[in-house]
Write a protein that binds this ligand. Sequence first.
Ligand SMILES: Cc1cc2nc3c(=O)[nH]c(=O)nc-3n(C[C@H](O)[C@H](O)[C@H](O)COP(=O)(O)O)c2cc1C
Length: 203
Amino acid sequence: MKALNVRHACKLFDPTKKIPKERVDLLLTAAHLSPTSFGMEAWKFIVISSDAVKKTLRPACWDQPQITDASHVIVILTNPDLVDPSNAYVKANFERRGLPEDATTAYIERYRTHMEAEVFPIMSAYAWCSKQCYIVLANIMTAAASEGIDSCPIEGFEKEWVEKALNIDTGPHEVAVIAALGYRAKAQPKRIRHSIERLVKYM
Ligand SMILES: Cc1cc2nc3c(=O)[nH]c(=O)nc-3n(C[C@H](O)[C@H](O)[C@H](O)COP(=O)(O)O)c2cc1C
């Protein structure tokens, strides 16, 4: 709970304070350990510490100062083609579980049915993959907070511009969401939330 309480959307980072490499590695471990539906892991993480790259990225992110003031920016990419039920990646992904062949085949069929009946009629593969990326975002932010590192989730960006600025090969990869990470330059503001009573229903 302590980490969740100190985490806030940090708007002003101290640009002189840098996250040590072992802490960055820890945040990437938090990303790596994140769950995905059916274990698809259709993602990739770009870690930016270069001031020049951050400067190029900032205008694509509504010119938000967090991008250049943050010590590190992690851009979370999806790879939506991978989750197509016919993609060999899906088969290989289930096979790595080491289940008997008939169980693997049943798993793949369950996956195909789920994607075709429940997912694709209401959202794109990009949207489905992006939902998983937000779990990574949350885990990175919570892990960061538990290490005394501040963060700001960034959805305020122009996707195509970001992809161009970072030379992302948009054949396989698309930007889902971004995390700016560093150390706060001013005190945490007062938390604003609706009451729990308003948000929770017990049954
Ligand atoms: C997915 C997502 C995207 C966000 N994008 C931005 C952003 O681009 N810039 C920004 O300053 N804050 C951004 N925020 C921060 C929210 O405005 C903030 O989390 C919310 O107001 C609650 O404040 P708190 O996180 O400090 O409790 C984003 C938050 C989320 C979850």
